[in-house]
Design a protein around this ligand. Structure first.
Ligand SMILES: C[S@@+](CC[C@H](N)C(=O)[O-])C[C@H]1O[C@@H](n2cnc3c(N)ncnc32)[C@H](O)[C@@H]1O
Length: 324
């Protein structure tokens, strides 16, 4: 095991220990994306219920030229940075348009999952020969600190796929404020927000009829079994999703169907689960425009433009840092 793989396993083990020792038990959604998790997420994006990716794809497909114009002048080479890039399938529409316009930029995807980054790099290498790609593998919270030191070019930062929804509003404002500290005048931040809508439409997106979301969540237990030597029996846990229309928060859980003990070798520890005890897996926050506006102003940005899909389900919001 090389040093970097070892330190990844150490942080995974640390987070699993902390999460399963907490009450209620929880696991971090940032570990969903191993090989199988990344593959399952590609399947989720194609599900009829998962309107999020389709909405953002529609915005990029139909409005790439407007988005490009809103990004402003491109006299100098710039960096297109993407936080939590995943498979980059939607971003590729923007990249294709930028290249058609003859702009000179470097694409810098940041992701904690090496599987996602490997897949993305090989896809972009095929699709866009000649595009300079400079991937950063790591947690985007930690990467933020090094971003401004990496390059003096103008930066456009993408934070798509409603990744922001995995944060509470307070965490999101802190994240945007920290990011603000790394940006210069002329830099931009482009963020995908899932808007509130019929609660049933939202709930269905996290509870699909084919059970792919359930497999996606259970896969994290499989990953703990494989990487940390645990003995989770996946058949003994079920996926449960909820949506709270006042908080505008979707939550997903894995529920222990019976009383059981799970041993995790790498932690040298056993964990007791009561019957129907939940493990809290993920929040997916939904937004209204007032909240987006107030998040932007309280974290030091001005909204330059909002790009909606035709159903008004989703918005990609373009922010510029307000002068310090
Ligand atoms: C829901 S997927 C979205 C991918 C892509 N942005 C899209 O719109 O399709 C989330 C991606 O963010 C990555 N990710 C989640 N938490 C992260 C973190 N703290 N640091 C870096 N990457 C993270 C995951 O590995 C995954 O590839």
């Amino acid at each position: 095991m090389n040093n970097s793989t070892k330190s990844q396993t150490d942080s995974f083990a640390r987070d699993v220990l902390e999460g399963l020792s907490a009450s209620p038990k929880k696991l971090s959604s940032k570990y969903f994306y191993d090989d199988e998790g990344s593959r399952l997420f590609v399947e989720i994006m194609k599900l009829p219920e998962y309107y999020l990716s389709r909405s953002e794809l529609e915005i990029f497909r139909d409005r790439a030229a407007e988005i490009y114009a809103a990004f402003g002048e491109f006299d100098e080479p710039f960096d297109l940075l993407e936080l939590g890039a995943g498979d980059g399938s939607k971003t590729s529409l923007l990249v294709a348009h930028f290249l058609e316009e003859g702009s000179d930029f470097r694409y810098i995807p940041v992701d904690i999952s090496s599987e996602a980054l490997n897949y993305l790099e090989s896809k972009f290498d095929d699709e866009f020969p000649g595009l300079e790609i400079s991937s950063i593998k790591g947690d985007y919270f930690q990467t933020l600190e090094t971003l401004s030191a990496r390059s003096k070019r103008r930066k456009i930062v993408l934070f798509l796929g409603s990744n922001v929804g995995n944060f509470s509003d307070e965490q999101a404002v802190k994240f945007f404020r920290d990011l603000r500290g790394t940006l210069n005048e002329g830099d931009l931040l482009f963020i995908g927000f899932d808007l509130h809508k019929n609660p049933q439409t939202i709930l269905n997106a996290y509870n699909d009829a084919q059970g792919i979301t359930s497999r996606f969540n259970l896969n994290l237990l499989r990953r703990i079994n494989r990487e940390l030597g645990a003995n989770f029996n996946l058949d003994e846990f079920l996926h449960y999703a909820s949506y709270h229309p006042i908080e505008k928060t979707a939550r997903s859980f894995l529920i222990s169907q019976r009383e059981q003990t799970v041993d995790i070798e790498a932690l040298n520890k056993s964990f007791e689960f009561g019957q129907w005890e939940p493990i809290f897996m993920e929040i997916s926050q939904k937004y209204d425009l007032e909240t987006i506006q107030s998040m932007a102003s309280s974290s030091g940005y001005e909204i330059v433009g909002n790009f909606f899909d035709s159903h008004g389900f989703y918005v990609d919001s373009l922010w510029k840092p307000t002068p310090a």
